[in-house]
Design a protein around this ligand. Structure first.
Ligand SMILES: C/C(=C\CNc1ncnc2c1ncn2[C@@H]1O[C@H](COP(=O)(O)O)[C@@H](O)[C@H]1O)CO
Length: 260
């Protein structure tokens, strides 16, 4: 077994000889080629499950948020408000803030989606997920959060939440996704991080001031949803304009005339 991985890691990391030892005749499943096929399968399954979702928002936050706590109730309100605004709610499908957002969405009659991750100690998708899928690979799973969402709402969270937040910011900053609002809920929790980015990271030239424009912080759930919806409407407007421009250009190229 590769010494970098904990002994209790899922068999994903087992070598061909280790797989062969445990499952005679199946050693080939431990080769890199089969691993690539499993990764592909995750993308195919994820795209297949989410392609018809409609407009959606990904909600991140701590797996350790306690049911009944103020933060959990905020997560429920976020899920509810998004559902009422017509958005499906996509979470990591786990406990804590993810469960809260799924619960809020389900309670409001909205679409409640869980994109879970297989973990050695994990107990599966939370009971408020209506449409769920579980991934083996974090990087494949993270693609789903971005590809099928019109924005992110981030509740207080730890390392996993920070990873998801900074992935989103990197994609926006580098132009890989556009018009993608990222709203942090909880001024007390997030202000220190944003201050540090401004006073240290930006001050030392490691990011540009405009990068902070990508983030909005609020305590107000309704404002968070409004920010997402306004950006979404603006984006839809720009897309419609681009489509009209393209159709007009194609019409001109074909020698016809299109009324604009
Ligand atoms: C830690 C515990 C359970 C972990 N279960 C998870 N299930 C699904 N998704 C998870 C889990 N843990 C982390 N994530 C992802 O990261 C974000 C939360 O991480 P944080 O470190 O807790 O902030 C979350 O948005 C998920 O996508 C035991 O309860």
């Amino acid at each position: 077994m590769d010494a970098r991985f904990a002994p209790e890691e899922p068999p994903e990391f087992a070598s061909p000889s280790e797989v062969e030892e445990q499952h005679p005749g199946m050693g080939h499943l431990g080769t890199e080629a089969w691993r690539v096929l499993r990764i592909q399968t995750e993308f195919v399954d994820g795209f297949g499950m989410l392609a018809d979702l409609g407009r959606a928002v990904s909600v991140f936050g701590s797996a350790r948020t306690k049911p009944g706590s103020a933060e959990y109730r905020t997560g429920e309100r976020v899920g509810r408000a998004l559902a009422e605004a017509g958005y499906a709610v996509i979470t990591g499908g786990g406990p804590g803030a993810m469960e809260a957002a799924n619960k809020g969405a389900r309670d409001a009659g909205g679409q409640s989606v869980g994109v879970g991750i297989k973990l050695p100690f994990e107990s599966g998708l939370n009971p408020y997920v209506d449409r769920g899928i579980t991934f083996r690979y974090f990087f494949a799973r993270k693609t789903m959060f971005v590809k099928y969402a019109q924005g992110f709402i981030v509740l207080p969270g730890g390392i996993g939440t920070l990873d998801e937040l900074f992935e989103a910011l990197t994609l926006v900053q580098t132009g890989k996704v556009t018009h993608f609002p990222v709203v942090l809920i909880g001024r007390d929790y997030w202000t220190g991080l944003v201050d540090w980015v401004r006073d240290v990271v930006i001050a030392q030239g490691k990011a540009s001031p405009a990068d902070l424009d990508l983030i909005r912080i609020t305590d107000d759930v309704d404002e968070a949803v409004r920010i997402i919806r306004d950006a979404d409407l603006e984006c839809s407007k720009l897309e419609a304009e681009a489509r009209a421009d393209k159709a007009a250009a194609e019409g001109r190229a074909a020698g016809g005339s299109i009324a604009t």
